[in-house]
Design a protein around this ligand. Structure first.
Ligand code: F6R
Length: 365
């Protein structure tokens, strides 16, 4: 069942080009059409004035990434909230805001309860982005998009996450299209970018030997810091979560611009700092944040892309994906942080597929 792989997590990381191809197949065939999100979506999407995303854990980080896409591509307000927080507060509800739940399992109790609560507050429409057909959350939603990642067995979510991301990107473009913000030319451009995505993810997977070479250095540490900005800040969060849940190393993520507001005090030679630094509009800002880390003796482990123009120097280690992929870059940069967590955990000898204290599907509060 595992084929050439040692764990389900490793297998599932490597299944991502296929999981992504399967998930985008219908989009590549028919374009970004409302019908992707259910029979009634063509009526619902044009009536919306905002998006409210509810999820837990890794699925919540997919939502955080989507906020950047939805506000910039669709031009509608998007807020993202942890389901267990939302369900117990007196929240403001605009009936024209679409509730979007994101869940691999479709059974997470807090996400399900947050959905019911949102409906009770007056939200009219709910979209479920889910990997398990006919599970509880999609059954309670009027709109559905199924990710086609296939069964995910490792407790740490990997292929479910990247397929959630691509689904949310499709939602952003589709909303932009029905609102007249995405032109036919832009749509063609986004489709071309999607078409290249599985190949770019495969290139990122090919970095595994380089990433493995870093793992011993992390495995010997007690802590790690992950930094990113903009679209890549949620990927830093996801990298820190993956590392802590399977290697038991304490890891935190910050938007790099927040360093000097507190976390810089933690940085010394015992604090490896992982930076997600592809060539986007914030790269120069990220580079100056990296200098702040170096000046305090922190060692930098940088995931860049071909256009970032970094090279290794004293205390700065760089691994580059072969090309910059524009707005889909967070999906490609999810791969190296997954591989890093996996290989650090292997080095430490933890139970990668079944980390202590955790369950695959959290159906209790
Ligand atoms: C982390 C992880 C969890 C889940 C969370 C939500 O690797 O897998 O944080 O993302 O428990 O689960 P779903 O997506 O099934 O609602």
């Amino acid at each position: 069942e595992l084929g050439p792989y040692s764990h389900f997590m490793q297998k599932e990381i490597h299944e991502q080009p296929k999981a992504l191809s399967d998930t985008i197949e219908a989009i590549l065939d028919d374009g970004f059409s409302a019908a992707l999100f259910g029979a009634n979506a063509a009526n619902v999407l044009p009536t919306l004035s905002g998006v409210k995303i509810l999820a837990c854990g890794t699925s919540y980080y997919a939502g955080l990434t989507a906020k950047y896409w939805i506000e910039s591509i669709a031009g509608v307000v998007c807020d993202v909230e942890i389901a267990s927080e939302y369900r117990y507060r007196d929240a403001f509800a605009d009936p024209q805001h679409l509730v979007v739940t994101i869940s691999q399992s479709g059974e997470t109790l807090d996400t399900m309860e947050a959905l019911k609560y949102a409906k009770s507050l007056g939200h009219r429409h709910a979209l479920s982005i889910c990997n398990v057909r006919e599970s509880a959350i999609p059954r309670a939603s009027d709109l559905v998009f199924y990710t086609r990642a296939g069964a995910e067995i490792g407790v740490a979510s990997t292929k479910a996450f990247t397929t959630q991301l691509v689904s949310l990107f499709a939602l952003a473009v589709t909303l932009g299209k029905v609102r007249g913000r995405v032109t036919a030319e832009q749509e063609a451009q986004y489709l071309a970018e999607l078409r290249h995505l599985p190949g770019s993810v495969q290139h990122a997977l090919n970095l595994e030997p380089q990433i493995t070479a870093w793992s011993a250095q992390f495995a010997a540490k007690n802590d790690a810091l992950f930094l990113g900005r903009g679209l890549h800040y949620p990927i830093a969060l996801e990298g820190a979560l993956k590392l802590k849940e399977i290697s038991y190393i304490h890891a935190e993520a910050y938007p790099a611009g927040e360093l000097k507001h507190g976390p810089l005090a933690l940085v010394d030679e015992n604090m490896p700092v992982v930076v997600i630094a592809p060539n986007d509009v914030l790269l120069e800002k990220v580079k100056s944040n990296m200098q702040e880390v170096r000046a305090r003796g922190g060692e930098l482990f940088v995931f860049a892309d071909a256009d970032s123009h970094f090279s290794d120097s004293d205390g700065v280690h760089v691994i580059r994906t072969p090309r910059h992929v524009g707005v889909l870059s967070p999906i490609v940069h999810s791969i190296p942080v997954q591989l890093l967590a996996y290989h650090v955990a292997l080095t430490r000898g933890t139970d990668v597929d079944k980390p202590r204290n955790l369950a695959k599907s959290v159906t209790v509060e």
